[in-house]
Design a binder for this molecule. Structure first.
Ligand code: TXA
Ligand code: MG
Length: 346
């Protein structure tokens, strides 16, 4: 792979790499870094000018808020106008980890971070590189890193450094940096829970399932479902109907319709891929069609989902026919991302 700014591509094991990255954040530059969910594109979360650079690099509309990442609960508390018991409870159970809480914002949190709203999204990531970076940045700067996923707006999120390079390198500046921390373990974004209203609601399904959250909180799973209006955009950019989208025409279909869909659409799309869960029943597909079997467990499926969508782009697939996963709450995050990948962009 050609990486145009080789000197800016750093493996954290290298001496001084994390300190260098923290310095760059303190100087207002961008640092793409691994988290356990997806790679983030980080900037000093309390500097409006630095956060503005994220929006420019991503091509992201200014009314889409970004999540603030912290290394400890102390930093998290300073970002919220109130820190309710429920936030403390969720932090104790799920942090560090793939959970973002939405709370009323503290006055000093830049408006751009919150997309002009009166709330702020906060998360403590678990990836060791993210944690080291947050600690190092806390020593010399604010210790708060604003970071959306490190991809152009609307594109598939990155789950390894190569994805960041492919999707974003040409939009980064000469002083920006990409930290390579290997493949993300979870593979889909954090679960976003809104704590800013009367009762907790999941705005975006993610790394922690609604079932797991409901168990931890001792509430019914259904009580955590957001009302359709509440989950609507632009509050949550990941909730845009077409998002996480590969370049190919992507279709989500029941298992029994996989083969028929390929047959119907293939003449317009000679380079097709079937992404399936139960592939053994698929007879030999038509020439030019690849079959990619996926893991049967939702966690394992989620881990490789975005890599599959990136690979489909790389092989210039023009048609993706994807088997609908089971209709169970533990598949919610995967189903959500597949639906968005397949949503019409027209
Ligand atoms: O796992 C993740 O959450 C990753 C990693 C890098 O931490 N980040 C991520 O960021 O997915 P992003 O910007 O791609 O998605 C963040 C989502 C957006 O949909 C945004 O609208 C929503 O969080 N969000 C942030 N602050 C919010 C707020 N105050 N109210 C409602 N939604 C908010
Ligand atoms: Mg994103």
């Amino acid at each position: 792979m050609v990486w145009p700014k080789k000197n800016l591509f750093v493996v954290p094991g290298q001496t001084g790499a994390i300190e260098d990255a923290a310095q760059r954040l303190a100087q207002g530059h961008l640092v793409a870094f691994p988290t356990e969910t997806v790679y983030g594109l980080g900037a000093d979360g309390l500097s409006p000018a630095a956060v503005m650079r994220i929006f420019q690099a991503k091509g992201r509309p200014a009314d889409h808020p970004v999540i603030l990442h912290v290394g400890d609960v102390g930093h998290a508390r300073t970002l919220a106008a109130h820190w309710p018991d429920l936030a403390q409870r969720l932090a104790e159970i799920f942090w560090p980890g793939p959970l973002t809480v939405i709370l009323p914002r503290a006055a000093h949190v830049p408006e751009l971070v919150c997309g002009g709203q009166d709330t702020v999204g906060i998360r403590m990531p678990a990836h060791p590189v993210a944690r080291e970076l947050l600690i190092a940045f806390g020593r010399i700067g604010s210790g708060v890193i604003a970071a959306p996923s490190a991809n152009r707006f609307g594109a598939v999120s990155p789950t390894c450094a190569a994805h960041v390079i492919q999707g974003l390198a040409s939009w980064l500046g000469p002083q920006d940096l990409i930290l390579d921390g290997g493949q993300c373990d979870i593979g889909v974004e954090s679960t976003i829970v809104d704590l800013s209203t009367g009762s907790p609601r999941v705005l975006r399904p993610g790394g922690i399932s609604r079932r797991h959250l409901a168990e931890a909180l001792g509430v019914a799973e259904a009580s955590l479902l957001a009302a359709p209006k509440q989950a609507a955009i632009p509050r949550v950019s990941g909730a845009l109907e077409s998002h996480y989208a590969p370049r190919a025409d992507a279709r989500l279909v029941a298992h029994d319709d996989l083969f028929r869909t390929i047959q119907d659409l293939r003449s317009d799309s000679p380079n097709a891929v079937i992404i399936c869960l139960t592939c053994s029943t698929l007879e030999h597909p038509l020439p030019g069609t690849e079959v990619w079997p996926m893991p049967q467990q939702p966690e394992q499926y989620a881990r490789i989902l975005y890599a599959c969508l990136h690979d489909a782009d790389l092989k210039k697939a023009d048609l993706l026919v994807i088997e609908q996963p089971p209709d169970d709450v533990v598949w919610e995050a995967v189903r959500d991302r597949l639906q968005r990948a397949c949503a019409s962009r027209h």
